[in-house]
Design a protein around this ligand. Structure first.
Ligand SMILES: O=C(O)[C@H](O)[C@@H](O)[C@H](O)[C@H](O)COP(=O)(O)O
Length: 287
């Protein structure tokens, strides 16, 4: 189903059947955090023990930064030397700006893990946004050794209260509705898109596009807090998208890995409006 031509239809990023998807609700972030760290590390170990040269991980900003910075270093005997880290989106600010996702991870997480500097793929924030997107796309393609759609082993995504993910926002021209069948079209061949009018500041960003997100082997959403409850229900149902419902298309609802797994890790306040089968593991859960 993966489309390689220049006008990949988002329809192609949906599988005919739902991807392998698990919705897991934790009592609180204190329980979610260790389970997330274990999921990341266990997938990395599985990937590397299967003979892969590296474990490629895409990071999002927002609350994930503090969560990962707390939980990952707490995992005993971590060897991240063969990890390859990229960013699902990034803000066009200097790395020492408190809004820089790379800058925050570098100071709060990378200093605690043995990830070699040359295995962290960061943007060049000094470039104009279009060139920055092209440059970052080129760096990712080289790091992931592909001329096609870059395939990450794992992407960690957040979701905003408006249903955005990465820096893909509802009703933004990046998500151009192609026709009345609500098929979305990505005219750009690039796996990374520029945005200059992000409704979530700062305004200038670059973001992975949906075909890259949906090409990943495993996508993990982490969404906590009561402010996400309503939009989480809409996104998880996905009915609004598949059945051409009214209202804006929610980017997080468009995430449906073509061949990979999809996890939604949420806390109980965020899960408050969910009615479908939600897993509720006990403490110290291993996913
Ligand atoms: O850099 C960013 O702004 C993030 O990548 C963004 O997509 C984030 O994941 C969501 O806004 C959710 O953020 P919270 O988890 O903090 O709500």
């Amino acid at each position: 189903m993966r489309t390689s031509d220049s006008t990949a239809h988002v329809g192609a990023v949906f599988t005919e059947t739902m991807p392998v998807r698990r919705v897991v609700a934790f009592v609180s972030g204190a329980e979610l955090g260790p389970a997330l760290a274990h999921l990341i590390v266990s997938r990395a170990e599985k990937t590397l023990s299967s003979g892969a040269a590296s474990f490629s991980l895409g990071l999002s900003g927002g609350s994930l930064v503090s969560l990962l910075s707390k939980e990952l270093p707490a995992v005993p005997n971590m060897d991240c030397s063969r990890w390859l880290v990229g960013f699902c989106d990034e803000r066009l600010v200097p790395f020492d700006d408190p809004e820089s996702t790379y800058g925050l991870y570098k100071s709060q997480l990378f200093t605690k893990l043995n990830i070699p500097d040359d295995r962290v793929v960061a943007i060049d924030p000094s470039l104009p946004v279009q060139q920055c997107a092209e440059d970052y796309a080129s760096k990712l393609s080289k790091a992931l050794d592909t001329q096609q759609t870059p395939v990450f082993d794992m992407l960690l995504l957040g979701m905003g209260p408006d249903g955005h993910t990465c820096s893909l926002f509802p009703d933004h021209p990046l998500l151009q509705i192609l026709d009345e069948s609500r098929k979305l079209c990505w005219k750009s061949r690039s796996p990374v898109a520029p945005i200059s009018d992000s409704p979530k500041p700062p305004p200038q960003r670059v973001t992975l596009t949906l075909p890259v997100v949906n090409a990943a082997r495993c996508v993990v959403f982490v969404s906590t807090g009561g402010s996400k409850a309503t939009v989480l229900k809409a996104c998880i149902k996905r009915a609004q998208v598949l059945e051409g419902g009214d209202g804006p298309v929610l980017p997080a609802a468009l995430v449906a890995p073509t061949h990979g797994e999809l996890f939604w890790l949420v806390d109980e306040p965020a899960a408050a409006s969910l009615t479908l089968d939600v897993e509720r593991p006990g403490p110290a859960a291993k996913l």
